[in-house]
Design a protein around this ligand. Sequence first.
Ligand SMILES: Cc1cc2nc3c(=O)[nH]c(=O)nc-3n(C[C@H](O)[C@H](O)[C@H](O)COP(=O)(O)O)c2cc1C
Length: 224
Amino acid sequence: MKHTKRVKLIGILTTVLVVLGVVLGIIYSKSNLQSNKSTSNQAIKETSQGSTKKSNGKTLIIYFSHSGANYEGYRKIGNTQVIANYIKSKTNADIYRVNPAKAYPDKSLSKLEDIATEEKDNNARPSIKGTLPNVDNYKNIFIGSPIWYSEYPMIMRTLFDKIDLNNKTIIPFVTDGGSGFGSTQEILRDQYPKATILKGFQVQGSDVQDAKGDVNQWLAKLGY
Ligand SMILES: Cc1cc2nc3c(=O)[nH]c(=O)nc-3n(C[C@H](O)[C@H](O)[C@H](O)COP(=O)(O)O)c2cc1C
């Protein structure tokens, strides 16, 4: 009798342990599944935040650059144009150069500075030669410019007044003589409150010839 009771007890205990094991197994595998799921969701989020392009709409490069006498001496190809060309060769994007209707002096830096100062003081909107780019079919727009007096040359304001980059992704790049971005980031934010403005690329005009590697690294981070 005693023996039979013990056998029964062992049987019950074994059943309880097996059932407990199965239940715990199910709970564990469920929670594991959930955490895998949240990891992969996060990965997608991180990818879509950290990178933009390629798979995400067409890209256009718009830039202004002054060829001729400049802070760094005479430049047949302007500093910003050098960077625009690096971007073009890595992204294969379409490209548009902002050309002034009335050319800036190319032989005398001081004459160029006089005109640029006057344009800034008058908050001028110097005319752009030819037709402006149609940005409708582009999602990502690189905006490149030299820094003039710690901000954009006024001809860039002419451009900004005429093309709507709200709801686009704007990727700025500038070349300068030491002031960095100046107030250009704020200008873009004020002009296009509904655009996504990414961290841009900045390099001093004197360093553009050596900047291709840095440009390519920056572009790779953006998904190009
Ligand atoms: C009229 C004028 C004003 C400038 N003002 C500044 C300035 O405020 N800060 C600065 O760092 N560089 C200034 N620069 C230097 C340019 O930003 C620099 O040379 C730039 O790389 C020129 O690019 P680009 O060759 O594409 O025109 C100025 C240049 C010019 C011609």
